[in-house]
Ligand binder design. Structure first.
Ligand code: AMP
Length: 150
């Protein structure tokens, strides 16, 4: 039996997701595992705490439609079929945990910027996913990696 059988790749659908795609694909191939992809849309009402006195439903609908096509394009490019693509509304950390548990994933892959200082104190999504996950979590370093001055 291989070490990982069901791998969940969590993507924010930014350019950096392409870096994660390479790691996800390589691991899934190495372990002969199923690759699944999740993107979570944070509801505007959650992001702004319901403070904006206007109806945001049409904006939210546009965000949803865009995310839907971006996720499909991204996942199809990886050869991940539609029934392994998850587009969910909610808080990224908790929805990633929920789907990982309900779909019996044994590895979650997230990107990590390896931030320092205040950003580290406030916590990143990778941090949030790591704490409380019921399976292994792999944080893949993404973004520009600064080289030490010589
Ligand atoms: P961040 O902490 O926002 O810089 O994100 C770090 C990593 O968390 C990303 O590379 C993704 O793996 C994951 N992530 C962030 N936001 C989302 C999201 N909305 N849906 C799914 N995964 C996400």
């Amino acid at each position: 039996m291989s070490a990982y059988q069901r791998i969940l790749l969590a993507v924010d659908l930014t350019e950096e997701s392409k870096q994660l795609a390479g790691s996800g694909k390589a691991l899934a191939t190495a372990f002969e595992a199923e690759l699944h992809v999740i993107h979570v849309i944070e509801p505007l009402s959650l992001a702004y705490g319901g403070d904006i006195p206007m109806d945001l439903s049409s904006v939210q609908e546009q965000i949803h439609e865009q995310a839907k096509s971006h996720l499909a394009e991204f996942a199809n490019g990886l050869g991940v079929p539609q029934d392994r693509q998850y587009l969910i509304f909610g808080r990224p950390e908790s929805e990633i945990h929920r789907v990982a548990e309900s779909q019996e994933m044994d590895l979650i892959i997230v990107g990590s910027h390896g931030r320092h200082g205040l950003a580290l104190l406030l916590g990143s999504t990778a941090n949030g996913v790591l704490h409380g996950a019921s399976c292994d979590v792999l944080a893949v370093r993404v973004g520009v990696i600064e080289k030490p001055e010589s």
